[in-house]
Design a protein around this ligand. Structure first.
Ligand SMILES: O=C(O)CCC(=O)C(=O)O
Ligand SMILES: [Fe+2]
Length: 361
């Protein structure tokens, strides 16, 4: 995902999906895009990934934030994604945020949304390829800033709820990272600097009904809600509704991550589970023992919309990332260097290269 907000207007086709819904951004139609020269120039990894078979649902382990035990390190090693119980985020706070997001993103005319700071559509992240338009829109919130979401009325309630939710995310991320750090045997300075939890990013996503998702099913280049990527974060915390669409790449197959029972927008704190995935920085500081899992989001169907609220925790800018024992495949690098490299690669080639860039010669 991105570390900064980006252009909200993909410079692509002028042919847009015919939509009777005034809230829908003017997504370009894929069929038209396919005719464009260069459209099929996908690199080998992308092509292999796009063609990877679908392997059904993925069972995920659950980690208890109050008693992570050995389950935490095991989950980080195996897939780098797990469900999180006992996180203490009030169910009614999540429910309010989902309701407001649904109202603002799903019911407000596009022009009005577009005028709000932090709004984006189509190109959700600087760390994703920018060749394809993703069937997604949302708000990007940099939590560390003084006015993290600078929206005015009638969206001010949204701003307040986002900030309260952001406080909870920072708390959960810190608690979880302390346990991760203990499992990795990091020292006190690393434990502090490898996660700047209050400077995290929050993204409120809506994957609107996709008019060309079903018509192009089976098509090699069908639309995605969000294309395959790894996060650049240390850890990411996903809160999703019950629609589904998130997939992880495991053993060469795309596997569905089912929404948790009672999770996401649910009101029941006892059964409410968040989803956590590790990012590239966790892979680096574990010397590749832990996984920054590749994942993507399928586009919503023609009659569905999916909402998710994602928090991304990053290291401090100047933190130099090394792993215990110093046997890492990577050269020591600061998080600022990593981020700059990702942005330079995206600018030059349209793709994130990521950790490979920092391999020792
Ligand atoms: O919407 C989701 O569930 C995941 C989004 C995601 O992977 C990202 O923003 O990096
Ligand atoms: Fe992601």
């Amino acid at each position: 995902m991105a570390t900064a907000a980006e252009s909200s207007t993909p410079a692509m086709s002028t042919v847009t999906a015919a939509s009777a819904d005034p809230s829908c951004p003017p997504f370009p139609l894929l069929e038209e895009e396919d005719d464009k020269e260069g459209r099929h120039e996908h690199d080998e990894q992308q092509q292999q990934e796009e063609e990877a078979p679908h392997g059904g649902e993925m069972e995920l382990p659950t980690v208890d934030l109050e008693a992570p035990g050995d389950a935490l390190a095991a989950a980080c090693r195996r897939l780098g994604m797990f469900r999180l119980a006992n996180h203490g985020v009030p169910g009614d706070l999540s429910a309010r945020l989902f309701a407001l997001a649904r109202d603002i993103l799903g019911r407000t005319p596009f022009q009005e949304k577009q005028a709000q700071p932090g709004y984006f559509w189509g190109t959700p992240a600087l760390t994703l390829r920018v060749k394809d338009v993703n069937w997604v829109e949302g708000f990007h919130v940099a939590l560390g800033q003084q006015r993290p979401l600078d929206v005015g009325p009638p969206f001010s309630e949204f701003r307040d709820v986002v900030s309260e939710y952001g406080e909870h995310m920072a708390r959960v991320a810190r608690k979880l990272f302390d346990a991760m750090s203990a499992a990795l045997g990091l020292d006190a300075a690393q434990t502090t600097s490898y996660l700047a939890e209050r400077d995290g990013t929050l993204r409120v996503y809506r994957y609107p009904p996709c008019t060309s998702a079903s018509s192009s099913r089976g098509h090699r280049h069908r639309h995605l809600g969000m294309e395959a990527h790894t996060d650049s974060s240390v850890l990411s915390i996903i809160n999703q509704d019950l629609v589904g669409g998130l997939q992880v790449l495991h053993d060469g197959q795309w596997r569905d991550v089912a929404p948790a029972a009672g999770g996401g927008a649910g009101n029941n704190e006892d059964t409410d589970l968040l989803l956590v995935n590790l990012g590239d920085m966790a892979q680096a500081i574990s010397g590749d023992a832990w996984r920054s899992v590749r994942h993507r989001v399928a586009a919503s169907g023609a009659d569905a919309e999916r909402l998710s609220i994602c928090y991304f925790g990053f290291p401090r800018e100047d933190a130099v990332l090394t792993c215990r024992g110093g046997s890492s495949r990577y050269m020591p690098f600061s998080y600022a260097q990593f981020r700059e490299q990702v942005q330079a690669d995206i600018k030059a080639t349209g793709s994130k290269v990521g950790l490979q860039r920092f391999l020792r010669q």
